[in-house]
Design a binder for this molecule. Structure first.
Ligand SMILES: NC(=O)c1ccc[n+]([C@@H]2O[C@H](COP(=O)([O-])OP(=O)(O)OC[C@H]3O[C@@H](n4cnc5c(N)ncnc54)[C@H](O)[C@@H]3O)[C@@H](O)[C@H]2O)c1
Length: 315
């Protein structure tokens, strides 16, 4: 039997952001109904700054199981390659056959933005119209695409390690979003202070977002720090917000944004109020007033990748 393989280009052509947001809503609804099984990822350090991850999941709603194999090499940009490269393999749970493979770079990019959009729709104020991007790489691009589908964004501020990168990001997106004012910022505080929605999408190991900058009522998607030794948010930021995650096991296992303030004694375990399955099914209380600050702590789950790949292989 010929093996079906969908390239990065094919994934990008088939899986648009709106469709992916719908698939991700299905993932967390299935979780809430006990119809999704996700294993913690195994992460192997390859060399300094280079990791190899294996992320398995069983998706009973699609009669499939599968895994994403992914490398994250942040120095890849110097070679003109993406930092995340990988593949998602999908198997039938009826007879164990390999149903196909899909490019994991494109799936990772799209599904991460889509999950943040699901969280933003559920947690942010409905009148949110200003957004900040801390970071100007693949995930900044995906979060712009995703969040503009769930909130009427009028202004986007961007902060990157260099002003030149922030300017490049704004210039290259202006034409695609004519209704949005793009502002590159030299200073991260300036980018954050008026934002209704803040996305941290960097590989920074130390905080880039400080609680003292965040305005009342803001929602934060904390996406970049996916290990227990790295964090993008300072402890004050986490302590002053209502904290939600994609998955309790992942958050407790590897979310530096949660584990640093917990280990410092700044927050207690009870500070983590719910996962996205509980939020989407209305099992936990979320924002109770317009001044609440909310955080969605994203680690990225194998089932998100396998659901996307299973859907793609059926097209
Ligand atoms: N939660 C998830 O599911 C998920 C999924 C994909 C990626 N990620 C993580 O999100 C982060 C961003 O991913 P990406 O694909 O956009 O990466 P990318 O390499 O395309 O972009 C990274 C951006 O961060 C900036 N940056 C680099 N080092 C920085 C530092 N020390 N401080 C501040 N900014 C810095 C870069 O200039 C660039 O703008 C990575 O850490 C990645 O591992 C998380």
């Amino acid at each position: 039997m010929e093996l079906k393989y969908l390239s990065e280009q094919q994934v990008n052509q088939l899986l648009d952001m709106k469709t992916c947001i719908g698939l991700m809503k299905d993932v967390f609804t299935a979780f809430a109904e006990g119809k999704m099984e996700n294993k913690l990822r195994s992460v192997f350090p390859v060399e300094a700054g280079k990791i190899f991850g294996i992320m398995p999941a069983v998706v009973p709603t699609e009669d499939v199981c599968g895994a994403k194999l992914i490398t994250v090499f942040h120095s890849n940009h110097e070679k003109g390659l993406p930092s995340h490269l990988g593949v998602v393999a999908v198997f039938s749970t009826e007879d164990g056959q390999l149903l196909g493979l899909c490019d994991g770079t494109a799936i990772t990019a799209i599904r991460t933005g889509a999950v943040s959009a699901v969280a933003t729709e559920l947690l942010s104020r409905k009148d949110s119209n200003t957004m900040c991007l801390i970071g100007g790489g693949v995930q900044a691009d995906m979060h712009l695409k995703a969040i503009t589908l769930v909130r009427d964004i009028k202004k986007v501020t961007v902060w990157c390690p260099t002003l030149a990168e922030s300017e490049r990001f704004c210039e290259s997106h202006k034409a695609q979003y004519p209704g949005i004012e793009f502002i590159p910022c030299e200073n991260c505080e300036d980018a954050v202070k008026d934002a209704d929605i803040i996305n941290t999408v960097t590989p920074s190991p130390v905080p880039v977002l400080f609680g003292k900058w965040v305005k009342k009522g803001a929602h934060i998607n904390a996406v970049g720090a996916c290990s227990k030794t790295t964090r993008e948010l300072d402890s004050e930021c986490v302590a002053k917000a209502k904290l939600f995650c994609d998955n309790y096991d992942s958050c407790r296992n590897e979310a530096g944004d949660y584990l640093f303030p917990l280990n410092e004694g700044v927050i207690k375990e009870s500070h983590l109020l719910g996962d996205l399955a509980e939020v989407i099914s209305g099992k936990v209380e979320t924002r109770t007033n317009e001044d609440d600050i909310t955080i969605f702590e994203s680690q990225g789950l194998a089932c998100e990748d396998v659901v996307c790949a299973a859907w793609l292989l059926k097209q």
